[in-house]
Design a binder for this molecule. Structure first.
Ligand SMILES: [Zn+2]
Length: 272
């Protein structure tokens, strides 16, 4: 059985035992997510099966049939399942699938990234972060690090001034930019974080994926990008622009730039 199907069965079982024990969703759902996150890491270290993905599979493959009016499941149990479903959705993030970003920078950098084996270090836990941090020299901390959020939703870090496309191993991303870390009361936290990547030109809405990747480690973080970059492609001359001070005019040809992000088409994330 594929890992995602096994994990879907596992999630169904976890919610079932929580309901049998009378644990309400507000209390039980965060614990379910914690256990499911560990199980996802165990089953699929590459990180393509996420709790979000498993929740979606559970909802479609199991929950829909159990909640049908003609199913023999008692009403109070159905109500409990609905409450867990809603709380899991709220905690794991629902709504539209996240937008992925294709590399849109110079082709020679992408070719270099494809040849390089030095993609970013994947940071899925505090242990990953501590191990990565211990390998950085004092000089490395003076400047921001390059980061991407892969289509698996996980943070990847590379040394300062690395190309984002190299950090991502040439792949599409959910977010990209620069990041600094600080020590706060003996714990690591994010200092500054931006979506500054001219290779991927991510929209400011990529913050959601960045926040989720940081929360998944977990690292304390700001509530938004500390430096937001507004990227647009000029419809007239096709040049990539950085919009400054809400002046939506192409610096290359003077044409109008659209209000909505338009640098590349949508790439679906690994999440369903
Ligand atoms: Zn233009």
């Amino acid at each position: 059985m594929a890992a995602d199907l096994q994990l879907t069965e596992f999630l169904a079982m976890l919610v079932g035992v929580a309901l049998d024990a009378g644990t309400d969703a507000a209390t039980g759902a965060p614990q379910v997510i914690e256990i499911l996150t560990a199980a996802c890491d165990l089953a699929d270290p590459a990180g393509y099966v996420t709790p979000h993905h498993v929740h979606r599979m559970w909802r479609v493959s199991r929950l829909a049939s159990v909640l049908r009016p003609d199913s023999p499941t008692p009403d109070h149990f159905k109500a409990g399942l609905r409450a867990y479903d809603e709380t899991l959705e709220e905690l794991l993030g629902g709504g539209l699938p996240e937008r992925g970003y294709r590399y849109v920078g110079p082709a020679e950098l992408a070719a270099g990234a494809a040849r390089s084996t030095l993609s970013g270090t994947r940071i899925a836990s505090l242990a990953d972060f501590a191990s990565w941090a211990a390998r950085q020299t004092p000089g490395e901390w003076a400047e921001p690090f390059t980061y991407v959020v892969g289509l698996d939703g996980r943070l990847r870090l590379a040394p300062r001034r690395s190309e984002h496309v190299a950090c991502a191993g040439g792949a599409a991303v959910l977010g990209a930019g620069e990041i600094t870390f600080v020590r706060e009361a003996g714990r690591w936290a994010v200092g500054e974080v931006s979506n500054q990547s001219t290779g991927y030109c991510p929209d400011v809405t990529s913050w959601r994926a960045v926040a989720r990747a940081l929360d998944g480690i977990p690292l304390r973080r700001p509530t938004a990008f500390t430096h937001e970059v507004v990227f647009r492609r000029c419809p007239a001359c096709a040049e990539h622009n950085i919009v400054r001070e809400v002046d939506f005019v192409c610096v290359f040809c003077g044409g109008d730039l659209p209000e909505a992000w338009n640098v590349d088409g949508v790439v679906r994330s690994a999440r369903p």
